[in-house]
Every structure is written in C-alpha cells, then in structure tokens.
Design a protein. Structure first.
Length: 559
C-alpha cells in the first residue's frame, strides 16, 4: 500500500430519533399507571445488550472492505446517503442503554453494565464518524426535550467515555440490592459481575489505545492502565456474541444467512487474503473459507468470460500465482488447479459489477459464520439452503485484541513487556479460537490442523518479526498478522490502519477508486435535514480528507 499524508479532520455522526408520542400534556388523565413509561431495567437489559452488539458490528463488512479484506465499499464510493440507516439505528437502539442508566439509581450493577455498553458502543461510533451528538443525545423525552442535539467534539466525547469506564468499574464494584444473575436478563455474561468489571477495564484500554496519538498523555495513560491489570487476558472472559442454530425466530449468523440460505449474496473475499494464507500455510484458511466449485472457467467461452473476475485476477488462471505455488509447494497438479478454482474472490477495488456467480464465489466458512469447513478433504459443491448450522460468533472485544494493543504500546508507545512473546501468544490464541469454533459448528467435516503445522506457521511469523530491523518494521509485521486475524472484526483493523499506517503491504486497488481512503464516514443527509446542528457537518467535513482526532497518519492512495 502506498501511503501519503493528507490533512484535516473528518467528523460524522448522527441525529437523535427519539421524539415521544406520549408526553402531549401534563394532565394525569393521560397517564396509564398500569403501563409505566420506564420499563424495569431487567427487561431493558437484553435489548440494551443487543443495541450495543449491533452498534459494534454494524459496519463490520464495510470496514473490512476499507482494509482490503473484503469486496465491500472497497472503492470508497461513499456519499451522504450511504449511512443514514447506520446513524439512525444507532441513536434509536442505544436509547435502551440510556434508559437503564437513567433508571438504575438503586441498581449499581445494572448501571455499571449500561455504562460499559455505552462507552464501548459510543467509542466505536466516534471512530466511524468523529464529532457526534452525545451530551444532548437521547433527550427527546426529557422534561425539557432536546430534538436537535448539538455535536460534541470527538476528542471531548472520548474523554467522557474514558471517565465513564471508571464510573462503570466503581458501580460494578459496589454491593447491589439487585442481582443481575438472578434476574436473568444478561445473555452476554450471564450476570457475572467480575467479568463485566474486566470488560469495563478492557473498554478503557481500547479507548486509550485507539486515541493515544490524539491525547497529550495518551501513551503514558495507556501504559498505566495496562500495568494496573484487571482487564480481559483469558479467552474465557472474552466479550463475544454467540449465534444459535434457530431459524424461527432467526438466530443464525448474518454471514451464514447471506451465503447459505440463498444464492450466496455474500461479498467477495479478497484474493490477496486468500492467496497469502495459502502460501503462508495458515492453519485458519480452511475454517475461514468454503469453496463452492472445482470448475475452472474458460476465458474463450463468452458466458464464462463474463463471470471471471476482472483484470486477470482470477487466481486459478494467474501465472504469478502458479509461479509462487511452484516455489512453495512444487509443480502444481490438476488436483491443485481444481482446489484453487474454489478460491473465487476479487482483487481490491474491483467495481466491475456482479455477474451470476453466486454458486462460484468463495463463501464464508466455519469461522466466524458457523458455516462449513472448506479443506481439501471436503469436495467443493455449490451451497444450497439447509446446509450448515449458522451458530457462529461476533468477536466484539477479546483477549486477542488486548494482546495486539499491548504489542502496539510496547513497539510504538514506550510500553512495558516482551512484544515477541505476546505476539506468539496472540497468534496461537487466535488459531485456537478459529479451530475450536470450526470443530464445533461442522463436526462432521472439520479437521484440526496438526500441531506441527501450527508450530511451523507460528515460527514463520516469528522469523519475520525477528528479521524486522526496527520497532516500526516489527509493528508492520504484527499489524499484518492482525490483518489476517480480522476476518469478522473489521473495525479493529480499520482503526489500526488509520492509527499506525500499518500494515503497509495491502495491495493497491486494481481500479482507481472513486474517492480516497475512508478516514471516517460521511455524515448522513437525513441528519442534516432533521437537525439544524448537523447542516454544517455535511458541507464542511469531507470523509476522505478530514480524519478523526486520533488519526495522525492520514492515509492516501498514490496513482
């Protein structure tokens, strides 16, 4: 990836969608005492947790596209119509989190949980848009209603969220007259207050890590928070949303529903990601991707030619791919060609339209979608409804994320610790998560990689780390491994790219993008029409020119 500094700061966020239809008058006759205006917090908690999960994952595919992992918004053709839904849904759904905060004066554990969810979700929202309504948001039903909330500066919101994490820890550490575990509304941590405390401290570390270059004492405060401990260090405490196999009501992973229940409407995986994982002998490859075909399309056939990926990027007919194959695996065979034909994706920035190739393109596999294992031992065949389980996961904030935070702090922020040993632990931990899920969701087909293969892969990555001549070069190696580990968790790698400029080895788009690299999201037009405080944001903030406050790299393509 060729990078160059550009300038400024791009802030985009959204409007409140909370206007009460009930508070028309103060007359008691309009108040139904059998229908309280504030629901019991135990009833609000499941919807509040769902709101936070949706806020964190709403942009997963687009952010993976920004980072070159997936063909989704990877030509940066964004505008003020692109994210109306993302913006409006966030403010509407997060109203349930705010309702718990407002109703939990006598329930410190519920209050601490809601504060943690708010800090994590709002932090992700600021990472996406920049300046946003915060201090005056969610007050459409207040005694003095605010329906055109002001936009707070992104840096100021971050300061509030960091403090909110401390408040959450304090509340969760209190003795509460109400037991979250007994009331049963917590489907994420089952009422385990110690785990919520760990999450609150981890959210603070995430906020400190993300913003460290935009705050005067960023590295120092991050170092102190890491040294203090008490955050997530074990996968058993990871903040993960687990999908089910249920179809009514629908509880399966969105990627599974997109790829397995219809004609594979899922986006194209990146050829770079798939081919590099092949040549690196990455143990996660067969769990990430399911191959639908072993047929090699014929360029001389007009029908096939219209389906072949643009610009000679069809892996199975790409001479450079086979040259590399010969170097790594030896002379390719017909069986090798049939195998590679199933890795049917796109190169970055291919915006040439979508032909009828749903039965050909690579589908998401067992991880994280709860789909099918795609190893060579399984015959590739087109997906049809009914295959697979769909009980995958969204990794929201995990011990694996924390390990990458620690490494970045050590190599680029003066933090303490052994970056190499943490790097090894991060790789092994992520491989185990991927394999464990794959063996669980596709027990009939999935095969655990040999421990010797895992060891060889880890050693190859450590060799790259050791050979890097400087801390910045080592960080580049680490961020490339984070890139491989970000299948299903796009916001983390998009943030890392904007924060560090690494990994710098992501391929350029094969077609000149419509716009530059997305430094943030464009403000939605609906917000501008509903909120007078938003109108200037639509005209003054440009998403590929003006970064959020913590982005000091300002990525730009050079053509």
């Amino acid at each position: 990836m060729k990078l160059k500094n550009i300038s400024k700061l791009l802030l985009t966020t959204s409007v409140v969608s909370l206007i009460s239809s009930c508070d028309m008058t103060d007359l008691d006759i309009n108040k139904d005492l059998n229908r309280p205006s504030v629901a019991a917090v135990k009833l609000l908690l499941p919807t509040a947790e769902s709101a936070a999960v949706n806020a964190i994952t709403s942009l997963s595919e687009n952010s993976m596209g920004f980072a070159g992992l997936l063909s989704s918004a990877d030509n940066y053709d964004l505008n003020n119509q692109s994210y109306n839904g993302t913006w409006n849904n966030f403010y509407r759904d997060m109203n349930n989190v705010e309702a718990i905060i407002n109703a939990s004066a006598n329930s410190p554990h519920y209050l601490g949980i809601a504060q943690t969810l708010k800090a994590l979700a709002m932090g992700n929202f600021v990472d996406m848009f920049g300046d946003a309504p915060y201090s005056e948001a969610w007050k459409g039903n207040a005694e003095t209603a605010i329906i055109t909330p002001k936009f707070d500066k992104d840096s100021e919101i971050y300061e509030s969220l960091i403090k909110l994490c401390d408040q959450a820890v304090a509340n969760l550490s209190k003795t509460s007259p109400v037991s979250v575990a007994t009331e049963g509304g917590d489907f994420l941590y089952k009422g385990s207050i110690p785990r919520w405390i760990k999450l609150a401290k981890t959210v603070k570390i995430k906020l400190l890590l993300t913003s460290r270059k935009g705050r005067a004492a960023g590295d120092t405060e991050l170092k102190a928070a890491l040294a203090a401990g008490g955050y997530i260090t074990d996968p058993a405490d990871d903040f993960i949303f687990r999908f089910s196999t249920a179809s009514a009501p629908e509880g399966r992973h969105p990627w599974f529903r997109s790829a397995y229940l219809a004609d594979n409407g899922f986006s194209y995986p990146s050829h770079q990601l798939m081919s590099e994982m092949i040549f690196n002998k990455d143990p996660r490859l067969d769990f990430y991707f399911y191959r639908q075909t072993e047929r090699i399309l014929d360029p001389s056939n007009p029908t096939d030619r219209g389906t072949i990926p643009y610009g000679g990027s069809y892996l199975v007919l790409k001479p450079a791919f086979w040259e590399r194959w010969n170097q790594v695996f030896g002379k390719p065979t017909k069986a090798d060609s049939n195998y590679v034909a199933g890795f049917f994706g796109r190169d970055r920035g291919d915006n040439t339209g979508v032909p009828q190739d749903g039965a050909l393109r690579t589908a998401p596999g067992a991880y994280p979608a709860g789909g099918l294992y795609g190893g060579r031992s399984v015959a590739a065949r087109a997906l049809t409804g009914g295959r697979g389980a769909g009980n995958g996961i969204w990794p929201l904030l995990t011990s694996n994320n924390v390990k990458f935070y620690q490494i970045e702090s050590i190599l680029d922020g003066g933090g303490d610790g052994n970056a190499r040993s943490i790097f090894e632990a991060a790789i092994r931990e992520h491989i185990k998560r991927v394999v464990d899920l794959g063996l669980s969701v596709d027990a009939a087909n999935a095969k655990a990689p040999a421990s010797t293969d895992i060891d060889a892969y880890v050693e190859s990555q450590l060799k790259l780390f050791d050979a890097a001549p400087s801390n910045s070069a080592k960080l580049n190696v680490v961020m490339k491994q984070m890139w491989y580990s970000s299948w299903g968790q796009g916001i983390e790698i998009w943030n890392a790219l904007r924060r560090t400029g690494y990994p710098s080895t992501i391929n350029n788009p094969i077609i000149r993008p419509a716009r530059q690299f997305a430094l943030r999201l464009p403000y939605p037009s609906q917000e501008g029409s509903l909120n007078t405080n938003a109108s200037s944001k639509l005209t003054d903030v440009i998403f590929d020119r003006d970064p959020v406050f913590w982005d000091k790299v300002k990525l730009k393509w050079e053509f």
